[in-house]
Design a protein around this ligand. Structure first.
Ligand code: PMP
Length: 399
């Protein structure tokens, strides 16, 4: 047998395979609702004005020199302030350990590696459903995953009681991954009171919450409000982990900018945790690129740029909400007896349609409309394509 003869084709990633199928479709009417990236009315990527200005501001600085630890710790400090709150005790007392990460994916992976290193027999509980890569990240880090109930396909909302039961029935001191806002793929989040109850039961069970925050700002249009879940847990005195991403909220997809942080008991513990995270990074890819973190720090530390960013996030979210309203109205105008309320109740970039895999295939085959197999649709505007969707929808709504 020759070298690598035993290497078989890896199974396709459920999200990138949608893009591949879309690209190979020759129809001029094709429409990609699969990929999770914000686009303008023409389907083009959006570069935020605050990012353009920050890029100008740092264009003459010595980026190559900036592998300096101070640039990185400043960035981490800025990230944790954004997640935990400007006036959080955790930040004031230096009770956090964090490192820059290769966006949200890298942040999750670093945490999974860290979990494996210090709790080798632990498991990670993931919501059902969740972003498909969560399963792969913890699998590749050799941490077993289990699921907890989250979304109810019948009500198209949260299965709160089942979720609470699963948290209650998990072995004490378990790890749980929570989406603090704009849950991917469902767009369904617990409300304030429900988060309080979740935090309370975590306290009783002594579970460790790991928040994967890929969409801060993108749920409500307000960065502070979208951090409510994390703030509730902090108020209740939890130690927790947090992955942050600037892909969506600053449109920095290609720059891969993120941060992983862990709230610790005291500064001494934080120093130890940070040194271990740094060691994991060192052996994996030495250190992360510095241009993206510099862009983010520049925006977060300049009052005008920060205000501009907040405005731009709000604009994106208001536009997503308007598109949801249009989609719901379009469907309701077809005189369907089904309820479409969930379209405007869900938040974030995705509409979790409830379409079956067969229906998803049919839309792809007959109408060249692409989405993930679980029926997740990226909310996007495209008037002319609504026409073909209209043709299809009577089949759907008369079911
Ligand atoms: N977590 C969740 C829940 C996500 O939806 C995503 C992006 N789809 C990520 C993490 C990672 O995104 P990125 O690596 O682009 O920051």
């Amino acid at each position: 047998m020759g070298w690598w003869d035993h290497v078989l084709l890896a199974p396709k990633d459920p999200i990138t395979s949608v893009t591949e199928a879309f690209l190979s479709d020759q129809s001029p009417f094709k429409l990609n609702l699969g990929v999770g990236a914000y686009r303008d009315d023409k389907g083009k990527p959006v570069i935020l004005e605050c990012v353009r200005r920050a890029a100008e501001k740092i264009s003459c600085c010595e980026i190559l020199e900036s592998t300096k630890a101070t640039t990185k710790s400043k960035f981490v400090q800025d990230c944790v302030k954004l997640a935990y709150g400007n006036h959080s005790n955790v930040v004031g007392e230096g009770r956090f350990a964090g490192v820059p990460a290769l966006s949200g994916t890298g942040a999750c992976r670093l945490f999974a590696e860290f979990q494996k290193r210090f709790y080798p027999d632990s498991q990670m509980f993931l919501p059902m459903p969740t972003w498909s890569n969560h399963h792969d990240i913890w699998r590749d880090s050799q941490v077993c995953t289990r699921t907890y109930r989250y979304y109810d396909p019948n009500s198209k909302g949260l299965q709160f009681q089942a979720l609470m039961n699963d948290i209650k029935n998990a072995p004490g001191r378990s790890f749980f991954l929570l989406h603090p806002c704009a849950h991917n793929p469902t767009g369904v989040d617990p409300n304030y009171e429900q988060w309080k109850e979740i935090s309370h039961i975590f306290k009783i069970k002594n579970h460790f919450p790991f928040f994967d925050m890929a969409y801060q700002g993108i749920a409500s249009g307000d960065l502070e409000r979208d951090a409510t879940a994390i703030r509730i847990f902090l108020e209740d005195g939890h130690l927790l982990g947090c992955a942050q991403s600037f892909s969506k909220s600053m449109g920095l997809y290609g720059h891969r900018v993120g941060c992983v942080s862990i709230v610790s008991r005291d500064e001494k513990q934080a120093t130890a945790i940070k040194s271990q995270l740094q060691q994991i990074v060192r052996a994996m890819y030495s250190s992360s690129p510095v241009h993206g973190p510099l862009l983010v720090s520049t925006i977060l530390n300049d009052a005008d740029l920060k205000a501009l960013w907040e405005e731009e996030v709000k604009f994106m979210v208001d536009r997503l909400i308007r598109m949801r309203i249009t989609l719901r109205r379009t469907l309701e105008e077809l005189n369907s007896s089904a309820s479409w309320e969930h379209i405007t109740k869900q938040v974030g970039m995705f509409y979790f349609s409830g379409l079956s895999p067969e229906e998803v295939h049919q839309l792809q085959r007959d109408f060249h409309i692409y989405m993930t197999i679980d029926g997740r649709i990226r909310v996007r505007r495209n008037g002319c394509k609504i026409g073909s969707l209209r043709e299809y929808l009577p089949h759907l709504v008369s079911k």
